[in-house]
Ligand binder design. Sequence first.
Ligand code: PHB
Length: 392
Amino acid sequence: MLARRLFLAAAALAIAATAACAGETIRVGVIGPFSGPFNLAGKNFKAGVDTYFALNGSKVGDDSLDVIYRDLPTPDPAKAKSLAQELIVKDKVQYLAGIYFTPDALAVAPLLEEANVPLVIFNAATSAITTKSPLIVRTSFTLWQTSATMAKVAAQRGIKKVVTAVTDYGPGVDAETAFKKTFEAAGGTVVETIRMPLSTNDFNPVMQRIKDAGAPALFAFLPAGPPSLGFAKAFNENGLKQAGVQFLTTGDVTDESNLPALGDAALGVLSTYHYSIAHDSDANRKFVEAATKAIGGPDQLTFPAVAAYDGMYVITKMVAATGGKQDAQKAVDAVKGLAWESPRGPVTLDPQTRTLDETIYLRIVDKVDGRYINKEIASFPNTPDYGLLQNK
Ligand code: PHB
């Protein structure tokens, strides 16, 4: 009798305990440019998250994810740090995510270990970022991946001389270094390296320098948004295409949202990147259909959405591995080596670089049924973040 009563009491306790654990809400704080000149990138972060939930739901076991957004319109490390602190202390987020610009990711990195919070980067693309904290993983790409690949393409196409032009901050310096090192190892020469301030929006003087350099090809990186659009427009308006200069760039410049404004002048521009809206796979068609609905119209969907979508997948794996408990190192360790099919193609979260090993595609700007697209014409599968590996 006593045994039976004890059994019932224990059973009741177990049910109560389960009820207390069930339905935990796990908060994710996403920092991004939701207003200002780069707001389209923020819109794409949100579209990626919404698309993940629309296609997969927001539950992990009994727990559910709740995403909180914080606006950081332009690179601003001090504000990035205070937004992250607020999300950690006041909003009690278990995960931080997002971050478009490199300087902001570098400012948040030192907070993570004490806060016991992982950061899943949806964009910021300078290789060294993941070395600043063991709790950072990245679901976007790095400039080393795209720029070293473009250097190989240039050499394969028999181009011997290139002038480079990059924005003068982390990802631009990586782009320039990766291109130059890889191109020169393949026998090419970089005749001039031009660095442009992040705040520049008059690119005419740079175009003159590119002309004067006399190389048959230009390799350029600028962050996607007004700088990359302004640069590509200036390239066209200054007659460089007519002068026969081949425009080689990373996909940040031929970002789908820039293409309508560039028009036919962009046709034929070659770029290397991890993601094109036009990627030919069932997974991508499903993603694009749902993400176009999430973002609310055509011509707005672009690359940050896919990193956010995959980033949410990674976060669900982290939550599952920790049973919803806050254990940042265990969460990060659990996703090292994780492999899946992204809308961009197959990806693996490299345990060493904590960035994705992924296919980098060579694309050409093309017009199909009146729409400008980045048509993939060659693939470089399993491209690692050369920026952090020994034999760069
Ligand atoms: C960066 O700041 O790391 C960054 C921003 C925009 C891009 C690429 C990299 O398109």
